[in-house]
Design a protein around this ligand. Sequence first.
Ligand code: NAP
Length: 241
Amino acid sequence: MTRILLLGGTGDALKIARRLGADHVYSLAGLGKVPDDLLCTVRVGGFGGAEGMARYIEQKRIGLVIDATHPYAAQISTNAVKASHAARVPCWALRRPGWHPQPGDDWRMVDQWSELTAVLAVFRRPLFTLGREPLAHLDDIPPHQFWTVRCLDPHDGHARARILAARGPFTLEGERALFSAEAFDVVVSKNSGGSATEAKLEVARECGLPVVMLRRPELPAADREFEGVVELLDALRHLSS
Ligand code: NAP
């Protein structure tokens, strides 16, 4: 039996974790919900960098690391490749393909927060769907803007922003209702890929709204890479047969 260390924190990772038996480990950073209905062991919190993860792999006799973390969680993905090489075990990775602009889409690509705020300067009512990062900048909202920030974190609110604590998946109908009620004039997004949060792009297209898209970080090459959960689970079945 090959003991698996699954690095997660995404819906896709949870789907894989639900297929793992009691000998395997599902690891979470500890920022979101911790599932309590899994057969496998759930561990929560950082390892202490790549060295700490390599030590963990050796101590727990892990035989395969699977990186199913979010495409923007570049540090843990880098650590997974380094640690598995150091501990001489293979590292597989779920690398979900990004979205691509469709005809008529107006995507404005940015690499970092400072670039993003410069591009946003001409808009009044942005919808942020980037996670918690905008919460650190609420006191810098320009006087002509009102922000809507959708993220997992509850927040006390702010006079110049509405914070929506919400977890996907989001439906097309729900997104249409939100866009219509809040009169957004631009959407700010990560290129997360997948279907759970894609509806906002469709509604932006319908409304002719531009999308400011944060470029994906570079991720290191893993020993095997999979585009979807089904392919990865299939490879795991071959491993155990
Ligand atoms: P990150 O910058 O790549 O990682 C920061 C540190 O958090 C890592 O060095 C590691 O600490 C710890 N960590 C991250 N994921 C972990 C895991 N699955 N198990 C144990 N430790 C973990 O990550 P992030 O962008 O802050 O994201 C944190 C978590 O949220 C990830 O697991 C990711 O899958 C999930 N998530 C992220 C996003 C996003 O947009 N970034 C979106 C949805 C979900 P040590 O160095 O101490 O080991």
